[in-house]
Structure formats: C-alpha cells, structure tokens
Design a protein around this ligand. Structure first.
Ligand code: MN
Length: 207
C-alpha cells in the first residue's frame, strides 16, 4: 500500500499556497492519485513493485497516477520553506542560463493546458535545462534528474489567484526551497538517476 506523504510544511504558514489550496491539492488531488495507484496495483504486472519501478515502466492510467504521486511529492518539497541555493547550484544556473528566473517563468507561463515545468540535470552531460511536461509526464522517465518543479495544472492556483497563473508563478519563485533544489543537484551529480530512486524509496519504500 502506498501512502500519501505528509506535507513537509505547515499549510497555514506556506509562502506559496494557502491552507485551502493545500486542503484540496494535497488532501484531494494528490490523495486521489495515491488511492488510484493502490487500486491499480492490487493485481497485475506491477503488484508489489516500488513506485520508482512503476513510474519508470508503467503505461496508461497506472503511469499517470504513479507519476502524479511522485510529481506532487517532489513539488511539495520544492516549496516547503524559503531558503538559499548552494554556491555550486548558483554557479551552475549562471553557466547554463542567461537569466534562469525569466526563462523558468516564461516557460511556465507559456505552457498550454495542464502539466509541469521542471529544472532538470542530465546525468550524462551534467547540463541543466528547463523542461515542460504535459499532464502526468515526468522527465525522470526520460533519464533526466528533476531538481525543481512547478505544478501548472489549474488546481495548483485557482483557489488562490483564480486564472492569474503569472501571479502564482511569481509567488512560487519567491518561495522556492533552494536548499532542497541544491541537495537534489548535488545528488544528481553523484548518483544520477539513482538519486531519483533514493528519493522515492525514502518516501514510499522500495517494494
Ligand atoms: Mn497538482
């Protein structure tokens, strides 16, 4: 049985999202993905498998629900508290982007429909890039290590700012937990995709 992770912050005190958004986004949307994942793994090829294995190999509805569990797990850590990036990450952002903030926000503003916008590290080249994915898609599936993600499904911001996605994105950017992103970067360099499996196993166990 997979469990819904607890929010890694107090919902009433978060800088990015309101308690009401947490109530629905974590308590209903994220919880439903976990419930569906449990139903879909009661039997069949992926029964008893770990979440990393399912995210990396499942298809269709099972993939969608498994990936949404992981994507949301990761999103909450990205906004758990306001903190500063490491010197290593600051240098990497400066090397890989002319203006990371502008590029990240532009990608998230322009992303049509439901999905996610990520900062990722390619373990083969150590390069950082911004990737936009649709619906449940996750760059982990393409062998890229997620460092940061923003949820741009409407359910992520409609309660707080209605249709004003840019207002949500500004708040998101100001509330990034750079300490978490920096740690993800450090582990991406050391362990590549193994760091993604480690993160998922820490939250959900490995089988
Ligand atoms: Mn969401």
């Amino acid at each position: 049985m997979f469990k819904l992770r607890n929010l890694p912050f107090e919902a009433e005190k978060n800088a990015v999202v309101s308690a009401k958004t947490c109530e629905y986004h974590h308590g209903k949307h994220h919880a439903t993905y976990v419930a569906n994942l449990n139903k879909m793994t009661e039997s069949g090829e992926f029964a008893g498998k770990g979440l990393y294995d399912i995210v990396m190999n499942a298809t269709g509805g099972l993939f969608n629900n498994a990936a949404q569990v992981y994507n949301h797990d990761f999103y909450w850590d990205c906004i758990a508290k306001i903190s500063e990036p490491s010197e290593a990450l600051k240098s990497a952002l400066a090397e890989n982007f002319a203006d990371f903030k502008a590029e990240f926000i532009a990608a998230a503003t322009a992303h049509f429909g439901s999905g996610w916008v990520w900062l990722v590290c390619d373990p083969a080249t150590k390069k950082l890039s911004i990737v936009a994915t649709k619906n449940a898609d996750t760059p982990a599936r393409d062998g890229l290590v997620p460092l940061l993600v923003v949820d741009v499904w409407e359910h992520a911001y409609y309660i707080d700012v209605c249709n004003a996605r840019p207002a949500y994105l500004e708040k998101f950017y100001a509330g990034i937990n750079w300490e978490f992103v920096s740690s993800a970067y450090e582990w991406a360099l050391k362990e590549g995709m193994g760091s993604v499996k480690f993160y998922i196993d820490e939250l959900h166990g490995n089988d």
